[in-house]
Design a protein around this ligand. Structure first.
Ligand code: ADP
Ligand code: F6P
Length: 323
């Protein structure tokens, strides 16, 4: 192997830069050239890429986002699109690719691998919805960002005896909401994986009000049937059932823009290094992830076909704790 490519794709995640750095520097130390492909799969179409030396990844381990840029690239979902991408890879003499990204990006990596191109994925998304890694790059930092917001919201909520509905990201997955809710001491957590009755939320919040709580926090996953707007609409029609005055905060993309913490930097570094190790071993079509404390290679075919389970016993635990 003489030359590999690396790209970051889909939603950016804090720690992607540490993963790029690890891929580049471990690749260089194996004697390979490493091409940095810009803006995810779009860079393969637009032919925007450049060789990366050790200095190109200096001083980035602590930066959020991705220095390579990212994108959603619909063309890559078609066979013709991927064929064009393969032509660009061939033109540059790129013999293997490292794809740093989430669910969709790894589906793309798998599709490329099915066409015979050597690919290794690196598990990176704040949603933590990717099978093959118990925790993905960016989750830990995104949780910390959400908790800073919740802690601050509690301060003002207490002053005004308010309840806050806090909507967190996660696409169709409730992991971020569940963990934010537990770590943030929420009174109620609403996630897509468990059907929530808005009346039950109202009842829980009203009881908290009557017990003399100064505030209440309801953490809602953006993908839940009742998202923040939906719940608020319901409560505005049944205000007397809630007790507290109500406000909404949607955290949105701030959760993606944090400065990667120690956990994400270490995870990203280990996974990036594992990716080049797998390429060197000829172990293609796999996802580098973290399972039971070990770095593992899970076949992409399994990754794309399997839904990552969410531990719903934690939802029960949160109910026990919100006395
Ligand atoms: P993430 O990787 O964060 O889940 P997306 O779901 O937006 O983000 O996927 C990122 C990109 O991966 C898409 O824009 C597309 O280029 C590619 N992709 C997604 N799904 C597929 C698929 N089924 N087949 C091929 N490429 C895909
Ligand atoms: O996959 C990461 C994520 O932040 C999801 O949590 C969210 O649903 C989505 O990306 C938002 O996408 P965009 O950045 O395109 O608005």
């Amino acid at each position: 192997m003489k030359r590999i490519g690396v790209l970051t794709s889909g939603g950016d995640a804090p720690g992607m830069n540490a993963a790029i750095r690890a891929v580049v520097r471990t690749g260089l130390s194996r004697g390979w050239e490493v091409m940095g492909i810009r803006n995810g799969y779009a860079g393969l179409f637009k032919d925007t890429m450049a060789p990366m030396g050790a200095r190109a990844v200096g001083g980035i381990i602590q930066q959020g986002g991705t220095i390579l840029g990212s994108s959603r690239c619909p063309e890559f979902k078609t066979q013709e699109g991927r064929q064009q991408a393969l032509r660009v890879l061939e033109k540059h003499g790129i013999e293997a690719l490292v794809v740093i990204g989430g669910n969709g990006s790894q589906a793309g990596a798998h599709a490329l691998s099915q066409m015979g191109f050597p690919v290794v994925g690196v598990a990176s998304t704040i949603d933590n919805d990717l099978y093959g890694s118990e925790i993905t790059i960016g989750v830990d930092t995104a949780l910390d960002v959400a908790l800073i917001a919740i802690d601050q919201l509690k301060v003002t909520a207490s002053s005004h005896h308010r309840a806050f509905i806090v909507e967190v990201m996660g696409r169709d997955c409730g992991y971020l909401a569940l963990m934010t809710g537990i770590a943030g001491g929420a009174e109620y957590i609403v996630i897509p994986e468990f059907e929530t009755d808005a009346e039950d939320v109202a009842d829980t919040i009203r009881k908290a009000y009557k017990r003399g709580k100064a505030h209440a926090i309801i953490v809602v996953a953006e993908g839940a049937k009742y998202n923040a707007q939906g719940l608020c609409q319901y409560f505005s029609e049944h205000h007397e059932r809630v007790g507290f005055d109500l406000r909404i905060t949607t955290l949105g993309h701030v959760q993606r823009g944090g400065t990667p913490g120690a956990f994400d930097r270490l995870l990203a570094t280990r996974l990036g290094a594992a990716a080049t190790e797998y390429l060197a071993q000829g172990k293609f079509g796999v996802l580098a992830g973290l399972n039971k404390g070990q770095i593992t290679a899970t076949p992409l075919v399994k990754v794309v076909a399997t839904k990552k389970p969410l531990d719903l016993s934690l939802l029960k635990l949160s109910e026990l704790l919100n006395l």
